[in-house]
Design a protein. Structure first.
Lengths: 80, 237
């Protein structure tokens, strides 16, 4: 079984109001060193088949559903 | 005049759309359930399609992401490719963008709030079935109700140049101000069309403001425009 970890984040340059709110909250809590926060999504998938096939299919999954490539970018890690 | 109103699990403006098109405008309107692969009754054709607002599939993953791949959207895409008029309202606009019927994306409001109030829109852009009956520059007072309505586009300048911005957030005097922009949309954009002009999407709800008893009947102009277009009377006033 292949385990995939997919990370979907807003592209740099796309305003992330949630991230901004989190950064402000952290600053209020005394974490003054927080310069920026960006919020994304983390998706775990279990796939049947081999690793090479999984890598190829994951790209397609990200392009077609998991990410909206107009505003988001994605990356994934695959382990067995 | 036969209209299909697409209905997903989680749609909640489907009744409003059916009411306005059926009872107010006088069309023959029916629902097309998300599992259907044809838009009309028993595979019959329709004259226009409305993708109404709501929270299809619970807004899981991203607003509109799941609905965009539902069986009925295959039929909507075919209809749109043949030039059929499609109006995508609120969650419908999100679905249309996710499905590639329209370009751009709708994401979290800059305010982070669910914005639920009346706004003013100015009607502009090249004529479409849904707007050609409305004088360019006319202001419409209609409500918005969304948390993810911030329009983002990788090349808004091109969209502007092509005359595809259909509706823009303005103040009561028609001023395109930052204060009049409820969600942080690029260029105060509230709605656009596709290149061909048959598909129009907008975040505000014209169907919720189509009778005086609801506080505004401005939204009715959008549906009357479609009616005039289908009757062959459509022209930019």
């Amino acid at each position: 079984m292949i385990h995939a970890k997919v990370y979907v984040t807003l592209k740099r340059g796309v305003l992330d109001p949630q991230g901004q709110a989190v950064a402000r909250s952290l600053a209020r809590l005394g974490f003054a060193e927080v310069a920026d926060a960006r919020i994304g999504k983390y998706i775990e998938l279990k796939l049947e088949g081999d690793r090479a096939a999984a890598e190829k299919r994951l790209k397609e999954m990200c392009e077609r559903l998991l990410a909206n490539t107009v505003i988001e970018e994605y990356r994934y890690e695959v382990s067995e | 005049m036969k209209i299909a109103i697409v209905r997903f699990p989680g749609s909640n403006c489907d009744d409003d759309a059916l009411h306005v098109l059926g009872r107010v405008v006088g069309a023959e309107a029916r629902y097309a359930w998300h599992k259907e692969t044809s838009l009309g009754e028993r595979g019959e054709s329709v004259d226009a399609v409305v993708i109404p607002g709501g929270f299809s599939y619970g807004d899981y993953l991203r607003a509109g992401a799941m609905a965009a791949h539902s069986p009925v959207m295959g039929a909507v895409k075919e209809f749109a490719e043949r030039g059929g008029p499609v109006l995508a309202i609120c969650n419908g606009f999100q679905i249309a963008c996710e499905a590639g019927l329209l370009d751009g994306a709708l994401t979290r409001n800059a305010s982070l709030h669910f914005e639920c109030r009346d706004v003013y829109l100015v009607v502009e852009g090249k004529p479409t079935p849904w707007t050609s009956g409305i004088p360019a520059g006319r202001l419409l007072r209609v409500p918005i109700a969304h948390a993810e309505g911030r329009f983002v586009h990788p090349d808004l300048a091109a969209v502007e140049k092509e005359g595809r911005v259909m509706f823009r957030y303005v103040d009561a005097g028609g001023g395109e101000t930052e204060a009049a922009n409820p969600n942080g949309s690029m260029g105060n954009v509230a709605g656009i069309s596709n290149a061909r002009g048959n598909v129009v999407g907008l975040m505000p709800h014209p169907e919720r403001a189509s009778e005086p008893v609801l506080g505004s009947a401005d939204g009715r102009l959008v549906f009357e425009s479609l009616k005039a277009h289908l009757e062959g009377k459509g022209r930019r006033v």
